[in-house]
Design a protein around this ligand. Sequence first.
Ligand code: CMC
Length: 431
Amino acid sequence: MSDKKATLTFSDTGKSVDLDILSGTEGPDTVDITSLYGQAKVFTYDPGFVSTASCDSAITYIDGNAGVLRYRGYPIEQLAAKSTFIEVAYLLVYGELPTAVQLADFKEIITNHTMINDSLLRFFQGFHNNAHPMAMMVGVVGSLSAFYHDSIDISDPRHREISAHRLIAKIPTIAAACYKHNVGEPVIYPKNSLNYTGNLLRMMFATPCEEYEVDPLAERAMDLLFILHADHEQNASTSTVRLAGSSGANPFACIAAGTASLWGPAHGGANEAVLDMLEQIGGVKNIDTYLAKAKDKYDPFRLMGFGHRVYKNYDPRAKIIREVCYQVLEKLADSNNPLFELAMRLEEIASKDEYFLEKKLYPNVDFYSGIIYRALGIPDSMFTVMFAIARTAGWVSHWMEMLDDPRHRIGRPRQLYQGAGKRDYVPLDAR
Ligand code: CMC
């Protein structure tokens, strides 16, 4: 019960319903409509969840108008400057920054879970060598449920924790195996002396024939991207994980569902779509033509990597990654590469364009992440996989938070039915 109320009055009957207004620690107040159907026999209508809070959460806070993003209260700028992905993963899962001992223990646990059951590797033989790595990810991550029966009693908090550890640890190993399958090279097993992103780079780019040295700039750039991508409150993939988990599905199945949702170009697929778009634009001389297409409401072309449902200001993640993007391009890539030049010019022109300014369409994190991944030598088809690795920390945190909440129920949205009224079956010969 809350002291603050909203009163909804129906113009046809004059009937009024009082609804509680809930306040979070930050962010807009929320009208609690759970009793509305019981009281007034009406549903609310909000396709795309534009005005709907789907749950309580204490993990991530976003103020889209002010360009604010915080994990467990800590500003993303501070975490990006001072933390590491593995520490951020701990923070998301457990709610507090770890002590030195807790961090060392967590690193060891994650390191000890990096190998995948060898039978899982045989799954890859069933995929074509040109299979999209996200297609393999969805299948192989889901199939983890067939291997780790000892940790899928979701009513046991310890099982939930072990599953979360396994997922954070094994996702990079699976991701690297997807890449190796595509390029036809032998799978490289994890090396536990390396840190999370160094290990991933090695599993992707080492071969059994030669020594592999992890480039510290590449490792740090990837770690930073993973920090920025680790969570983003109730986005499409996280909401998918929660919805799948609300039915009691096992954690591996839930993360596979989140991975599938992430794949779309409006969400995690955007980083790959940015590079496709740059190739389609072809050169600086064509920017004006493509900007005109992006502004034409009858043309489906959109400037990928621009705009965000929540940020109506500069995406704070984009601000951080922009600088790193320049550093990586300068040191690791051929900075005379016409594609990178095109990307920087496009960003400059679009950021000053009236249409984009008026609609508050700023470059988002994925405009830069794809460019950085390309400069690190990661193929475009793996970009969304990189996002999935990082977001797994957020997904498992939300899944655990939901199951820890004794009030959680199966997610079951209703609908505004617009189909045919009752009609009688017509036999085939009479149609
Ligand atoms: N290029 C051109 N016009 C755009 C763009 C764009 N990238 N994004 C939005 N608009 C226009 C859109 O046409 C609409 O115009 P109007 O009001 O005249 O109809 C207006 O801006 C609002 O767009 P919307 O589609 O209603 O906004 P949304 O909140 O539903 O969509 C979005 C958000 C991210 C899906 C969209 O901006 C988009 O498609 N961007 C490109 C894809 C992209 O970069 N996605 C990655 C998001 S960041 C990573 C993540 O969190 O997953």
